[in-house]
Design a protein around this ligand. Structure first.
Ligand code: FES
Ligand code: FES
Length: 157
């Protein structure tokens, strides 16, 4: 049994401690907003926050999350997270998603990036690209992602 704090709620998960967080979220807790892409920390589809840091949940075991806080796309886009709400709104404004499969991971990385910046800082295109480099989009929405992150940063200033 492992105790996991997900989006502010405590859960007891009956799974091997080596189970990736991704599968505890999707299969045990039924939270399917976090996606499986490569399973090898290469694509970013499975990105969640662990104590505010963007991590790859496909390769991070639940044992690494005990006593820490996991945040998923379900909480970041529920309207209660100021930065997440700005990112979500910018994503809608720029019509970022195409097939959508990578997008929850993209939003999680963008939100962690903007939360890491000093209040009011406007990131350059190069800084945005660097922060988002670990998230692959097979539909090639990178230009819209860059524009949306910049827009969210302006909205948060
Ligand atoms: S599914 Fe985790 S990085 Fe690709
Ligand atoms: S929107 Fe299709 S993979 Fe990114």
């Amino acid at each position: 049994m492992s105790k996991l704090n997900v989006n502010g709620r405590e859960h007891t998960v009956d799974a091997d401690p080596g189970t990736p967080i991704l599968w505890a979220l999707r299969d045990t807790l039924g939270m399917t907003g976090t996606k499986f892409g490569c399973g090898a920390a290469q694509c970013g589809a499975c990105t969640v926050h662990l104590d505010g840091q963007a991590i790859r949940s496909c390769v991070t075991p639940i044992s690494a999350a005990e006593g820490r806080k996991i945040t998923t796309i379900e909480a970041v886009t529920d309207g209660h997270d100021r930065v997440g709400a700005a990112v979500h709104a910018a994503w809608v404004k720029h019509d970022v998603a195409q097939c959508g499969y990578c997008q929850s991971g993209q939003i999680m990385s963008a939100t962690a990036f903007l939360k890491s910046l000093p209040r009011g800082k406007q990131p350059s295109a190069a800084e945005i690209d660097s922060a988002m480099a670990g998230n692959i989009c097979r539909c090639g929405t990178y230009a819209r992602i860059r524009a949306a992150v910049a827009d969210a940063a302006r909205a948060l200033a």
